[in-house]
Write a protein that binds this ligand. Structure first.
Ligand code: CP
Length: 311
């Protein structure tokens, strides 16, 4: 059980969206929407110390969690593995316990290994909360939540008639997994997934989704296109022939976007490879909601920290 939930709007850790009861998910979205609209941030976490414990690089997740913690009145501490005693051989668990012993109550953890964040959560002392900021290719729950908030703002709360396509390296994407779980939980009418066969998962992640390798077909009539970053190591692994080939077959251009609904929105979790999975014209165009996603990241992370640290 990755989420320690009860029947109220409280839960202790947020590790993935798969087992998050839909009422918790909706509560976080409602609270985040209030923060996004400028609701006064209560000093709910005054005196609480929150540490962003990142074993992998990040720009938006790390900074938005820090800002979220500060807006709630918490002390925000930043841990960067590359400049820490991890470089001297200290284990992840000893690192976690060391910071926990200083009185830190909230941990926001990113790690390259699947399950590493859950393992730290399992070791946490009573009263200490852990939020997954991305582990391996498994989960990125707050990205899934901020993506749903962005969709809701653009398309309303009823997802039952929405057609959404997720495009790119789904196989290695924790964002895609969290988005698929959240879209399912919110009753999205049609979830399409598109990418080259080598970048599509071979497990049951996509059950119930429409899966295709044809981007033009996948875009037909969609209300939202969620583009994924092409991880460049996939070329070294031989899964993608070249960036040019990938752009030709899976890059979102303004011409391609015309296949989508006229009011379709375009999303991307960032960081983008401009000119590969998305052109400048689309990324910076009127249908782009990419910077709205970034802004919503702060609101969603405020809502999550408030829930896990005030329960
Ligand atoms: N979307 C996302 O997780 O971005 P960062 O790696 O910059 O945090």
């Amino acid at each position: 059980m990755s989420l320690h939930a009860d029947t109220s709007a409280s839960f202790r850790h947020l590790l993935d969206l798969e087992l998050l009861p839909v009422h918790h998910l909706k509560h976080v979205l409602q609270r985040a929407q209030a923060f996004a609209e400028g609701a006064q941030a209560p000093q709910a976490l005054a005196g609480v110390a929150v540490c962003t414990l990142f074993f992998e690089p990040s720009t938006r997740t790390r900074l938005s969690f820090q800002l979220a913690a500060q807006r709630l009145g918490a002390y925000s501490l930043n841990f960067d593995a590359s400049t820490s005693s991890v470089t001297k051989g200290e284990t992840d668990l000893d690192t976690f316990r060391t910071i926990e012993a200083m009185g830190v109550r909230g941990f926001v953890v990113r790690h390259k290994s699947d399950g590493a964040v859950a393992a730290l959560a399992a070791a946490a002392k009573a009263g200490v909360a852990v939020v997954n900021a991305g582990d391996g290719r498994s989960h990125h729950p707050t990205q899934g939540l901020l993506d749903m908030l962005t969709l809701r703002q653009a398309k309303g709360e009823d997802f039952s008639k929405l057609k959404v396509v997720i495009v790119g390296d789904v196989k290695h994407s924790r964002v895609a997994r969290s988005d698929v779980h959240a879209l399912r939980a919110l009753g999205c009418g049609e979830i399409r997934v598109c990418g080259p066969a080598a970048l599509l998962p071979d497990d049951d992640t996509l059950h119930g989704c429409i899966v295709t390798e044809d981007l033009d077909a996948a875009l037909e009539g969609v209300d939202a296109a969620m583009m994924l970053r092409l991880q460049r190591e996939r070329m070294a692994e031989g899964l993608v022939a070249s960036l040019e080939d990938y752009h030709r077959d899976y890059g979102l251009t303004a011409a391609r976007l015309q296949r989508a609904a006229a009011d379709a929105i375009v999303m991307h979790p960032g960081p983008m490879n401009r000119g590969v999975e998305i052109t400048d014209e689309v990324a910076d165009g009127p249908q782009s909601r990419i910077l709205n996603q970034v802004a919503n990241g702060v609101a969603v992370r405020m809502a999550v920290l408030e829930v896990v640290l005030t329960n």
